[in-house]
Design a protein around this ligand. Structure first.
Ligand SMILES: NC(=O)c1ccc[n+]([C@@H]2O[C@H](COP(=O)([O-])OP(=O)(O)OC[C@H]3O[C@@H](n4cnc5c(N)ncnc54)[C@H](O)[C@@H]3O)[C@@H](O)[C@H]2O)c1
Length: 264
């Protein structure tokens, strides 16, 4: 079986400054890849000295006009024209608002970063992948990619949409050496809670979804809030596998990483 190596591969990882994207970035680097990491937040983490030449941080709000084409230009000017891997990790949580309460602002914000940006990034890297007849895309979906009971309507719709986009790309480009898969994490210990816009928090929606969380996570003793037990590294392991040659015949899957939460 081929070793898990990404020697001389070029990967773009969005959401690289925190959580799953950060862990995925560090893991790709330690497995030999060159990584262009993109995030709206600054990158405040140390990279081992010997891996520094393989990492370029590109700070950008990917929802803004020209942000994606600028990021692709940055990748090519640092690492050359070939892009082997795209990891769509940047994302935000919603305020658990339901169809009767979601504001235009919340809907647009969540759909934009969680769904429109990943699709536009796939569109941007596919020409290079088609030219080289080689590429691996991994989208970070969610339990909310096939459950209606774990988030508000905006997050749920964005992650269902991303699941559909993943399968669509997988089928369309299957004969051109390109694979597109997704991971569907359960609750993971990250900073995603900070991305919830509390101005748009819907307590009634949250009250309906919290019992479903309770089947998967424990409650923090102090705050009573959901306490996930899956680490970003656990999700990064799945992402690297799907991006690797070990998964060369795996295309169009949505891989749950959720300690069996998806079985209910
Ligand atoms: N944490 C969980 O429980 C969980 C579960 C399932 C899926 N996910 C998904 O995992 C992905 C990563 O989230 P995380 O949990 O690591 O959260 P996180 O908040 O720790 O990391 C997300 C990163 O995305 C960046 N980002 C947000 N908006 C951006 C924008 N407009 N442009 C560029 N970067 C932007 C943030 O700055 C942040 O660094 C998300 O897509 C999220 O929906 C998370």
């Amino acid at each position: 079986m081929a070793a898990l190596t990404f020697q001389s591969k070029v990967a773009i990882v969005t959401g690289c400054s925190s959580g799953i994207g950060l862990s995925t970035t560090l893991s790709f680097l330690s497995h030999g890849a060159k990584v262009l990491g993109i995030d709206v937040a600054s990158f405040d983490h140390s990279i081992p000295e010997d891996l520094k030449p393989s990492f370029v941080f590109h700070q950008a709000d990917l929802t803004l006009a020209n942000a994606i084409s600028d990021a692709i230009t940055a990748c090519k000017s640092n690492f050359g024209p070939r892009i082997d891997i795209l990891i769509n990790g940047a994302g935000v949580g919603d305020g658990f608002s339901s169809a009767d309460a979601v504001t235009n602002g919340e809907w647009d914000r969540v759909i934009s970063i969680n769904l429109s940006v990943p699709v536009k990034l796939m569109r941007a890297v596919l020409p290079s992948m088609v030219e080289h007849q080689h590429g691996a895309i991994v989208n970070i979906c969610s339990r909310a990619s096939d459950s209606g009971a774990t988030a508000g309507i905006a997050y749920t719709a964005s992650k269902h949409g991303l699941a559909g986009a993943t399968k669509n790309v997988a089928w369309r480009f299957r004969n051109q050496g390109i694979r597109c898969n997704a991971v569907c994490p359960g609750g993971v210990v990250t900073n995603i809670g900070k991305s919830v816009n509390m101005e748009w928090f819907d307590p009634a929606g949250f009250a309906e979804f919290q019992p479903i969380f309770g089947l998967h996570v424990s409650n923090d003793q102090g705050t009573g809030l959901p306490a996930p037990h899956i680490k970003p590294e656990d999700v990064a392991d799945g992402i690297l596998f799907l991006a690797s040659e070990k998964a060369k015949k795996i295309n169009g899957v949505l891989l749950p990483i959720d300690t069996a939460w998806s079985t209910i």
